[in-house]
Design a binder for this molecule. Structure first.
Ligand code: 3HC
Length: 289
């Protein structure tokens, strides 16, 4: 993929808007599709705010920000992705929702060699690929939160992905985005979440059993092991609904107790205590702007 592709991002939440920002900053035109027009405008506003913050931190200058904003469009219509060379789906971890999006993208994206990628954390790529008639161009392209900061992307070919599509995706990540690639096979959790999520679940079980408070578990790993965040702060950043969904995918794939969502996690997600995005999870963010 030598020229900069026109990029589509489906889903403008935390991950989708971060991914859109990464491609905009690399010079690609990006169209974000949300499920309704108000959400599409919210996604645009989120991306603009993040670009403004990058100007404030002197990561980019104002003309660069303005050029990135000028490359950004949004709507609530997947049909607007007809002319895209790469589409990255980044909606909630819900297999039915993702499958429906891939089936629609298959119909609307005109270039038969366009790459249809998913930012899924744990849903098998094959399930998404077989919803299309172009499985050889479907793969996983998994970013890490915050996407503008963390320089890793897992590339996940399914058994049906062509080598050419995989190689194009990898060179796009390294040459255009300047990020590092880890290639993983199509198993729930890929590399990073298969290691990270059991650790987060262990931390939740530790709080659940009263071994230590969330504050002390986090302090232990931040100060004692020099992690940038403790596991419960990190779970709150990822979103407890997403952590639960990944745990459920891992448990359904491997049936190992280490992946089973602890009851406390399930009760918190039932109560919409989802972490930063709802203002409360293992910690309280109600005072954050
Ligand atoms: N967008 C853009 N930039 C951001 C940002 C965001 N959302 N959040 C933080 N930053 C920038 C800050 O502006 C700052 O930039 P500077 O150093 O140039 O000033 C830099 O990142 C550091 O931020 P802060 O000083 O505000 O705070 P910290 O030093 O505590 O860093 C952090 C915040 C980058 C989030 C850091 O704590 C971190 O890396 N935490 C671990 C995150 C992690 O493990 N993510 C992976 C989650 S797993 C995942 O995403 C997979 C999924 O499938 C679940």
């Amino acid at each position: 993929m030598s020229a900069l592709p026109k990029v589509g991002v489906v889903g403008g939440g935390q991950m989708g808007s971060g991914i859109a920002e990464v491609f905009l900053r690399a010079g690609c035109p990006v169209h974000v599709v949300e499920h309704d027009p108000a959400c599409a405008l919210d996604a645009e506003a989120r991306i603009r705010r993040s670009l403004d913050r990058a100007v404030g931190r002197r990561k980019i200058d104002e003309p660069t920000r303005d050029a990135a904003v000028a490359r950004l469009t949004s709507s609530a219509d997947l049909g607007d992705l007809a002319d895209r060379g790469l589409v990255v789906e980044a909606v909630v971890e819900d297999e039915a929702a993702k499958t429906e999006i891939f089936a629609t993208l298959d119909k609307v994206v005109e270039d038969p060699s366009a790459i249809l990628a998913s930012n899924t954390s744990s849903i098998p790529i094959m399930r998404l690929a077989i919803a299309t008639d172009r499985a050889e161009h479907v793969l996983g392209m998994h970013f890490f939160n915050p996407a503008p900061v963390l320089d890793l992307v897992e590339i996940v070919p399914s058994l049906l992905t062509s080598t050419a599509a995989r190689d194009r995706a990898e060179s796009l990540v390294t040459d255009v985005l300047g990020k590092q690639v880890v290639r993983a096979t199509d198993r729930a959790g890929f590399v990073v979440n298969a290691l990270l999520v059991p650790y987060l679940l262990s931390a939740i079980r530790m709080v659940e059993s009263g071994t230590a408070t969330a504050h002390d578990v986090d302090t232990g790993m931040r100060v004692g092991c020099a992690h940038p965040m403790g596991p419960l702060e990190l779970a709150d950043l990822i979103g407890l609904d997403t952590v639960r969904a990944i745990a459920e995918s891992l448990y359904s794939e491997f049936a190992e107790p280490q992946y089973a969502p602890p009851p406390l996690l399930s009760r918190m997600t039932d109560a919409r205590l989802l972490g930063r995005k709802t203002g409360r999870g293992f910690h309280d963010y109600s005072g954050d702007s």
